[in-house]
Design a protein around this ligand. Structure first.
Ligand code: CTP
Length: 400
């Protein structure tokens, strides 16, 4: 966000306190922040706190101390204007072009893209007039950040909560930093481990954290794709709320969820560490210890990568992962052809600082059209960007 210019408009709502954290997040990442508030917003959050955190004076009036606030230049200065929280009152004024304060004057003259984060009580949010006003803003190409469900200022629980500061930050990051190379593409990603039940308390699992797959989901989302993440047991979650996450436990559940999207997806990325085998039968009661050996009979799980490889069309692109302990490239090439994948991402085992649960990874991409591209060890999120742009070139038949 270094050097990005963000103009925040704050209106009168209890959710205004959340903007303090948003300003912190933005300035920490190097963005320049200017703030305009309505009069009633100043009753909810102090302009002094906001001007201190943003490093810029907070503006509330069209003129102060004989000086005119140049609303036209403010709207031209910004790369993005976000009105958050957006009250019902300001929403209706925006929808009808009312201009009775500085914030509305800036909005009406803004040449940059504008987004709003509504905040209101559920009954107000669900009122037909509010819905109509929201539609009116959308038709004027204003981005509307979805409201959340939860505790409301009234003490009730319901729809209408403003998005959290971290979500507003991610939204801005996507708007300003993303390059839509995968716009209109539907991407299905598997990530994390699978757990195969032995009895009600035990399972066969593995050490996959899901980090690489989540980083890929975020990178595809930043690249404008519609992302569906099928995630095995993991304590991590993607930072963008518009990634559709399906939590699954077993390989069979992962397989079934992927198959639901098998026809409609454009790109499949199989980064999950799927258990190849599952116990033949799951004990209904906890297994009691007995003397002697215990043998558990195992059955093969469906091979999701293989099945998608068999049925994919020429317009669908399939990415597999491989982790090999010997003859790495040779085995990865064998996997590329036996699974009918379009490329295989080979994880390196050479460096102890990379791999399962770590923040860094070292990979080599081997593609069906004969390319082998080695990437140096780097953070999983940077690698995810590399993978996303590699796939974009492949899908668009450009030279990688
Ligand atoms: N994979 C899958 N379904 C499985 C097993 C693996 O979709 N039941 C996918 C993984 O997500 C990964 C790729 O297959 O993209 C490679 O997984 P790996 O375990 O290395 O391959 P296997 O075919 O199981 O071969 P092996 O374990 O013998 O190397």
């Amino acid at each position: 966000m270094q050097g990005k210019k963000i103009l925040i408009g704050i209106t009168g709502s209890i959710a205004a306190y959340k903007i303090i954290l948003l300003v912190r997040l933005l300035t920490k990442e190097g963005a320049e922040v200017k703030i305009v508030m309505t009069k009633s917003a100043t009753q909810f959050v102090s302009p002094l706190v906001l001007s201190t955190l943003s490093g810029n004076p907070v503006l509330t009036d069209l003129s102060s101390e004989n000086e005119w606030a140049n609303h036209v230049m403010l709207g031209r200065w910004a790369d993005y204007m976000m009105i958050a929280p957006l009250s019902c009152n300001t929403l209706s004024k925006m929808a009808y072009g009312v201009c009775d304060n500085l914030l509305l004057a800036v909005y009406l003259s803004a040449t940059c893209r504008v987004g709003v984060a509504p905040a209101m009580d559920e009954d107000m949010w669900l009122h037909p007039t509010t819905k109509q006003n929201i539609e009116q803003l959308k038709s004027q190409h204003v981005d509307v950040i979805p409201v959340g469900f939860g505790g409301l200022a009234s003490g009730l629980t319901g729809e209408g909560r403003m998005a959290e500061p971290e979500q507003l930050f991610s939204f801005l990051e996507k708007q300003l930093m993303g390059s839509p190379i995968h716009k209109n593409k539907k991407v299905v990603i598997t990530a994390g481990p699978t757990y195969e039940h032995i009895d009600p308390v035990r399972f066969i699992g593995n050490h996959s954290s899901g980090k690489m797959g989540i980083a890929l989901a975020e990178a595809f989302c930043m690249a404008g794709a519609e992302v569906h993440l099928v995630l095995g047991p993991s304590h991590l979650k993607p930072k963008y709320t518009d990634i559709q996450v399906y939590h699954v436990t077993t390989a069979i559940q992962m397989y079934e969820k992927v198959m639901e999207h098998a026809k409609s997806a454009h790109i499949f990325v199989m980064s999950a560490a799927v258990a190849d085998y599952k116990p033949k039968s799951v004990l209904q009661q906890k297994h009691k210890k007995k003397n002697g050996e215990l043998h558990i009979e195992l059955d093969l799980n469906p091979d999701i990568l293989f099945v998608i490889g068999q049925q994919k069309t020429n317009d669908q692109y399939l990415v597999g992962f491989a982790l090999e302990t010997e003859n790495a490239k040779e085995n990865a090439l064998e996997k590329l052809s036996s699974k009918n994948a379009d490329c295989i991402i080979l994880n390196s085992l050479e460096d102890p600082e990379v791999g399962f649960g770590k923040d860094t990874n070292k990979i080599c991409i081997l593609s069906k059209n004969g390319q082998t591209v080695d990437f140096p060890a780097k953070s999983k999120s940077l690698l995810a960007n590399d993978i996303v742009s590699f796939i974009s070139k492949e899908v668009n038949h450009e030279v990688a």
